[in-house]
Design a binder for this molecule. Structure first.
Ligand SMILES: C[S@@+](CC[C@H](N)C(=O)[O-])C[C@H]1O[C@@H](n2cnc3c(N)ncnc32)[C@H](O)[C@@H]1O
Length: 279
């Protein structure tokens, strides 16, 4: 069955998503939760769910309406992404080094982890996990990113879900111990109901003591360096970024509206955040 059900104190299935039929068989995973013995390689989530078999990592596809903020991630761009974005830009433009973001990642990844906006899978590839190998789900709107990241961390056998995080999702409920959102928020369009609704879509997927962590570049109410302002203007003009209205206060307010515990640290033009205890 997917989404898989979490095992808590007993061996019972504690949650089954509405509308999703029970699997023909389940196996008990070595680490104690139940998972599908017939996990499909490719699942097309255009309701009703249809199951098909394919090759490669398990993939779930979901119909989407929003495409903004992901179009730039072609296979070619992904090949130079680590060098240009995480090497050059993070350190020299944003003053928010990738090493700091990697540390945030290592500190907060839990046993069942969901990465949203996966890019190249850089952190997952490099992170040293305190808790041993996590069970990883990758979520992204762009199939190139999903494929690239999944290939890079194939040894963790990640599940991949193609979908728009600004839309409701079919991810497992009350399941993830940690959810990472790195350099995603500044790519999301802020029109309509606003980019911040992604938290409303993710909160139901969090396990009881789960947390959300991540980083974003802020485009407003920060004393930006001249080169930072220049790159923000160009990227916003091209639609790669949409962060003209993202201020430190806005980030804090949107997180505090939804979580009881919020920690934000400013590093250069970036803000690193950790939030837990959904309200
Ligand atoms: C700037 S990259 C960040 C990659 C990586 N997390 C990092 O920190 O280097 C943004 C990623 O978010 C994805 N993305 C953009 N909009 C999205 C959306 N609405 N839903 C899901 N993923 C999205 C893009 O395809 C891309 O993989």
């Amino acid at each position: 069955m997917w989404p898989p059900a979490r095992r808590r104190s007993s061996c019972q299935l504690t949650h089954v998503c509405p509308g999703i039929t029970a699997p023909p068989a389940t196996t008990r995973h070595a680490h104690g939760h139940l998972r599908d013995a017939t996990w499909p390689h490719v699942v097309d989530i255009n309701e009703p769910w249809t199951y098909a078999r394919g090759v490669g990592p398990s993939t779930v596809r979901q119909r989407t309406s929003t495409q903004a903020g992901q179009a730039v991630y072609s296979p070619l761009v992904l090949r130079i992404y680590d060098l240009y974005v995480l090497g050059f830009s993070c350190s020299l433009i944003w003053k928010c080094p990738a090493a700091r973001l990697l540390r945030l990642y290592e500190e907060h990844v839990g046993r069942h982890h969901l990465d949203v906006g996966v890019g190249t899978g850089y952190y997952l590839k490099r992170a040293r996990f305190r808790i041993g190998a996590p069970e990883i789900t990758l979520f992204d709107l762009n199939p190139n990113s999903l494929e690239h990241a999944a290939r890079r961390i194939a040894h963790y056998q990640p599940k991949t879900v193609e979908g728009d995080i600004l839309e409701p999702n079919h991810l497992p409920r009350r399941y993830y111990d940690s959810i990472s959102l790195n350099f995603l928020l500044h790519c999301l369009p802020d029109g309509g109901a606003g980019k911040w609704r992604l938290f409303d879509h993710l909160i139901p997927t969090l396990a009881e003591d789960g947390l959300v962590f991540g980083s974003t570049l802020l485009g407003r109410d920060l004393p930006l360096l001249r080169r930072q302002r220049l790159f923000m203007t160009v990227y916003n003009g091209k639609g790669i970024f949409s962060n003209q209205h993202d201020s430190p206060e806005r980030l804090q307010a949107e997180l505090q509206r939804r979580f009881q515990r919020v920690h934000i640290e400013q590093v250069g033009a970036g803000a690193l955040f950790v939030a837990s205890g959904p309200r």
